[in-house]
Design a protein around this ligand. Structure first.
Ligand SMILES: Cc1cc2nc3c(=O)[nH]c(=O)nc-3n(C[C@H](O)[C@H](O)[C@H](O)COP(=O)(O)OP(=O)(O)OC[C@H]3O[C@@H](n4cnc5c(N)ncnc54)[C@H](O)[C@@H]3O)c2cc1C
Length: 326
């Protein structure tokens, strides 16, 4: 019987499993499909909330704590797996909002400064990771460390007896453990025990196949962003669509994202759109995360509801849950 079962093989579940195994616990991770192919693959990989003043102190503190460890974590993953998550401190150039009162208050409170470049704000310290590579490295790393990863394992029920968790049921198999972490991303809301609503918020993205260094920084404006990868690919996003688990992509959105990119980086107009995809953010109505133990069921923990910030908050949230379990 494992010391802990983790439900969901996204960035949150895998980082939680990693922290637990680093503490010496025996962990089984159950993933209903293939690890790292949902939101954690689809996202942009910016290691910061977009407009951080829109978020609570809790979200900001998870973000700051994660920003401190991300670079080192990526080095560890590269060393252990040979897969480079491409941590890249390219900076973020913000075009709007930074002069609003709430932004000014936030910048002062957290002592964050920026460079003024032609009435735009350059946050030099903001980094990105190449999230499809991060999740690939994470899966390999946790398997090397002894986490038992079972894919195509669809958890249908939590096994509960006398207000204590006893394990889970997946594919008609009962697996017992006295600790279970629910980190099923946008699907976490399918479990009745989740303390508040978690629902899918679809985001569509495109990638433009450009040459390296065509775009210098992440550009953020009008709520949209342009992310230059090291190899020249430029990711552009995104939409916020509450449409359930509808994965379809729309040509009109692809064109809008492309037009946005060209408006601010006209040199991209000579390059084509290579892919267009969508993903489901694990959203909450109040923008708050659910990183806590259950008040009602002993041994049940939640690490979910990360909405737009799961990639950037993952290390600190995983650490918090591992500490609670230990
Ligand atoms: C377009 C877009 C852009 C984004 N950009 C950024 C960004 O720049 N920076 C940032 O920090 N965040 C970003 N995000 C948000 C970020 O991707 C998410 O917050 C994060 O990936 C959530 O991780 P997760 O592990 O909870 O979810 P997921 O990656 O979705 O993983 C959940 C996993 O649980 C599995 N699962 C579900 N139900 C079950 C079950 N019953 N049994 C077993 N397994 C189950 C799923 O198959 C899935 O693999 C973006 C998201 C999107 C969609």
């Amino acid at each position: 019987m494992p010391d802990c079962i983790v439900i969901g093989g996204g960035v949150i579940g895998m980082m939680t499993a990693r922290e637990l195994t680093l503490k010496g616990l025996e962990v089984t991770l159950l993933e209903k499909g293939t690890c790292g192919k949902e939101s954690s693959w689809a996202g942009g990989g910016i290691i910061s909330p977009l407009y951080p003043w829109e978020y609570s102190d809790e979200v900001n503190s998870f973000s700051f704590a994660s920003q401190e460890v991300y670079e080192g974590l990526c080095h560890e993953l590269l060393d252990s797996t040979g897969i480079d998550p491409e941590f890249y401190r390219c900076g973020l150039l913000m075009l709007d909002q930074f002069e609003q009162d709430n932004a000014k208050t936030w910048l002062k409170k957290y002592q964050v400064s920026y460079q003024d470049i032609d009435d735009k704000a350059l946050f030099e310290n903001i980094a990105q990771i190449r999230n499809p590579r991060l999740v690939k490295a994470l899966k390999k790393d946790i398997e090397i460390r002894g986490v038992k990863v079972i894919e195509n394992a669809n958890v249908s029920d939590l096994l509960i007896d006398a207000d204590a968790i006893k394990g889970v049921k997946y594919n008609e198999v009962s697996l017992h453990s006295e600790n279970v972490v629910l980190s099923a991303g946008a699907w976490s809301g399918e479990f009745a025990q989740t303390p508040k609503e978690v629902f899918p918020m679809k985001g569509q993205m495109i990638v433009i196949q450009a040459k390296p260094k065509e775009v210098e920084h992440i550009i953020l404006g009008e709520g949209r962003y342009i992310i230059p990868r090291l190899d020249g690919n430029v990711v552009v996003g995104s939409t916020m669509q509450e449409v359930g688990f509808d994965r379809s992509t729309e040509d009109i959105i692809r064109d809008e994202l492309y037009d946005f990119a060209i408006k601010y980086q006209p040199q991209l107009s000579k390059y084509p759109v290579k892919y267009h995809w969508s993903g489901f953010r694990p959203a909450t109505r109040d923008n708050e995360v659910i990183v806590q133990k259950s008040d009602e069921i002993e041994g049940l923990y939640f690490n979910t509801g990360h909405f737009r910030n799961g990639l950037n908050m993952a290390p600190a949230c995983a650490k918090k849950i591992a500490n609670l379990i230990q």
